[in-house]
Write a protein that binds this ligand. Structure first.
Ligand code: BES
Ligand code: ZN
Length: 444
């Protein structure tokens, strides 16, 4: 087993769930451990307070004339619930079938630690890194990075770099180097629909007043048309069309629909008419209901008209949609479609911009070359459906491109029970780190 695994196991034992107030101290301890780890391998490190969770920054001694590379990762994780569905406890990393099973193993601690370990090994041989390096680790990615953009703005000069590299995306198949040149963005909101001022007997009052549950169902149903398109006016106005070269690249991936069917366990695939499932996941925007509630949820029946009901909605966005514009359009749509006899309160949530870069740019080419070497073969060129909210901000605030070199497998179960990360992907990540830094340094 790779000697760096022990540190990864230690990192994984921190239940650094950013969204839950009761884990605040665990998140902090995780950040402190990372800071100490950076110091122990010979980098300088700082823990920066934010209004939320800390940011950890590490760097080597920078020398003029060398390229400056920032490696970003996030040490926070999603909640582990439902806990009873884990085969081994969510925060006790377990090695089984060549994989580490633990919340955060893939997303993002395993991938983050592969880079840290790569740097540690380079420095341990007594040689210098080929670049000026900045490690930037945040603890709020899974809640939309609310404090990181202000942090970039406040530390613009210290964080000045030539390029950002991130391993927090997927691989198209085990052992296949995968370069991601686009991410979807995100915009979230919650709607609270109210009707009567108290819960009512549905026999006594049913028929005389509107039911908030029914209103929620009506609102949610109004979001899509029968072709699976989002029915919000103007929703597609700024959507960038998929380019022929992208379709050509993606067609090399073969029949992804069958794999998606098996990974998801759905009876059949469904989505916007006129696009392949890959196009729908990577390059088309969506509206998804992530949570819904109202009325009686216990055993048996209860004849009640609840006084309120709610749903949580997230929109996945593609270039060149703007989160604020989309939220305004969706809010207007919901208000317009609100059934009579009800009120709606809308709480806007976090947003992240979509991202796209040119995979043929200088740094894109360097990243693809590094992937080809590390994985000994051809490199897939993909976009991803997931979001890393800070990526477009690296461009907007620091003026730099981000290269995404993912190590996550399709069945890693990120955000779900039994998240896992193959030991061999960790080793590949360590290898990739060393090759990547050399490639990025090469023409400086
Ligand atoms: N690592 C993921 C993003 C990702 C997942 C990229 C799969 C590509 C493929 C990241 O940690 C994540 O889950 N992001 C959240 C952001 C959100 C909570 C603001 C997401 O996409 O839901
Ligand atoms: Zn995630």
């Amino acid at each position: 087993m790779h000697p760096g695994i022990d540190d990864l196991l230690t990192l994984l034992r921190f239940p650094s769930v950013s969204t839950k107030p009761e884990h605040r101290d665990d998140v902090r301890r995780c950040a402190e451990w990372l800071k100490a780890k950076l110091t122990s391998i010979g980098l300088t490190s700082e823990l920066h307070e934010t209004p939320g969770h800390p940011v950890v920054v590490g760097r080597n001694v920078h020398q003029p004339g060398r390229r400056t590379v920032m490696i970003y990762g996030h040490y926070d994780v999603q909640p582990a619930e439902p806990l009873e569905e884990w085969k081994t406890p969510a925060f006790e990393p377990t090695i089984r079938d060549g994989r580490i099973w633990c919340r955060g193993s893939t997303d993002n601690k395993g991938q983050l630690m592969a880079h840290l370990r790569g740097v540690e090994e380079t420095l341990a041989t007594g040689s210098d890194l080929p670049v000026n390096l900045i490690f930037l680790f945040e603890g709020e990615e899974e809640i939309g990075s609310p404090n990181l953009k202000p942090f970039l703005e406040a530390h613009r000069d210290e964080l000045k770099c030539d390029v950002v590299a991130i391993s927090d995306t997927g691989m198209v198949a085990p052992g296949v180097g995968t370069f991601t040149y686009g991410l979807r963005g995100i915009a979230c909101l919650e709607a609270l629909v109210s009707g009567p001022s108290i819960d009512l007997h549905s026999g006594i009052f049913g028929g005389a007043v509107a039911n908030p549950n029914t209103a929620v169902a009506h609102l949610i149903a109004s979001l899509h048309d029968k072709n699976g398109k989002v029915a919000v006016e103007g929703f597609y106005d700024d959507v960038r069309e998929i380019e022929p070269w992208e379709r050509e690249e993606w067609s090399k991936l073969g029949d992804t629909a069958t794999e998606t069917l098996s990974l998801t366990g759905s009876p059949e695939l469904y989505g916007e008419a006129g696009y392949s499932e890959l196009e729908r996941r990577w390059a088309r925007p969506t509206a998804e209901i992530n949570g819904i509630g109202g009325g009686y949820q216990g055993a048996g029946s209860k004849t009640v008209i609840p006084r309120e009901a709610m749903f949580k909605l997230s929109l996945r966005l593609v270039p060149d949609q703007k989160p604020e514009d989309i939220l305004a359009k969706v809010e207007a749509h919901l208000k317009q479609h609100l059934p009579p006899g009800t009120r709606v309160q809308i709480h806007l949530g976090h947003t992240g911009q979509p991202y796209a870069m040119d995979p043929n740019s200088r740094f894109g080419m360097a990243a693809r070359k590094a992937l080809a070497t590390a994985f000994d073969g051809k490199v897939a060129l993909i976009r991803e459906g997931g979001s890393i909210p800070i990526v477009q901000a690296f461009k907007d605030v620091l003026g730099v491109e981000t290269i995404l070199l993912g190590l996550a497998l399709g069945d890693c179960q990120a955000h779900a029970p039994n998240e896992n990360f193959p030991l061999e992907n960790f080793e590949a990540g360590v290898r990739l780190n060393k090759i990547l830094l050399h490639e990025l340094a090469a023409d400086s």
